[in-house]
Ligand binder design. Sequence first.
Ligand SMILES: C[S@@+](CC[C@H](N)C(=O)[O-])C[C@H]1O[C@@H](n2cnc3c(N)ncnc32)[C@H](O)[C@@H]1O
Length: 342
Amino acid sequence: MTKLRTLADMLGASWIPSLSMVQARLMRPFYRMTFLAAAARSGLLAELRGGRRLDRAGVIRALRAHARPELIGPWLDIGVEVGVLARDNSGAYRLRGLDGRLLAKDPSGVAVAGLLEVALYHRQAIMSAPRFAVEGGGLNHADQDPAVIARSTRLVQPLIESAVRDTVRDHEPRTWLEVGAGDGHYAQYAAAADPVLEVTCLEMQEELVDTMAQRFASTGQRSRLRARFGDIRDVELDEQYDVVTLHNLLYYFPEDQQCDVLERCRKLLRPNGTLLLTTSVPGKVTSVSALDLWFRCSDFGSPLPDEHGLEEALNTSGFRDVRMYRPLSAFSLVAVTATNPA
Ligand SMILES: C[S@@+](CC[C@H](N)C(=O)[O-])C[C@H]1O[C@@H](n2cnc3c(N)ncnc32)[C@H](O)[C@@H]1O
């Protein structure tokens, strides 16, 4: 009788309808996404690639989890509960869900970086925006993992590559400066598109400059690709280039600095040289809106630019012949070229 009464009280509690709805529809996907992101970031997904199985001791060894190994068992159990992992009778874990197996299989790591960007940064921005609105404050550069950001921007890789190909074909540049080059992928792509093009990459995260230097050293174009550490706002470069590019970068600067940065890029171009700028613009895609909110929340950047604002900023910075297009109309990414007048 007492148990029946307790059960009735439990089921009749005012929070049960809303909690049941949240549990059924939101909590499991949230836990699942969080576990997948952690499995990707820790290296577990890669360790279990291709149907590989590891027992708990094997996972501890593979992840080098020697400081607090007792956390690994309960962590893996959550992975089993949310269906990312399965554990067989011998206690070995393997990937169970299709999402985890597909993420583990993709050698580019781009989808993993996209997942991490959502789980780490978009979630943080959506959670923090009301607090910042009330108390002030914002996110800073140190809150970002440069390797994740450099990789996640490659979600739009085919679109940016098409703009790079068009620029190489239409302008036949001999020298190319890539500003905020990330891991150097697009610089390397440009160098591969033209066998005599000399490419300089500027990047203000030392970790990424090292990544680029290693990456370029292992390619056949190493004599034509250079990685340089520096901030475009104050770095000293005494060359003028045929092309200067900014991919996924403009929103890293406050709005009141953007014209100065663009003007600085223009002065690094030889007369009639070409600026190529690619950027996401506001659209009706939630991940783009979250990217926009994330940079609005930062204490260093700005909202995603819109097409009209971009054109105005380029004209104010002394560029002429501003041309803007979407490599694929369904995507919120624009490519802009502009000329440094002679
Ligand atoms: C979103 S990532 C884009 C990386 C690369 N362009 C791409 O599209 O994959 C922006 C990069 O610009 C770099 N960056 C930001 N501000 C910079 C500045 N003032 N000077 C040089 N690099 C900068 C960041 O460190 C980061 O690696």
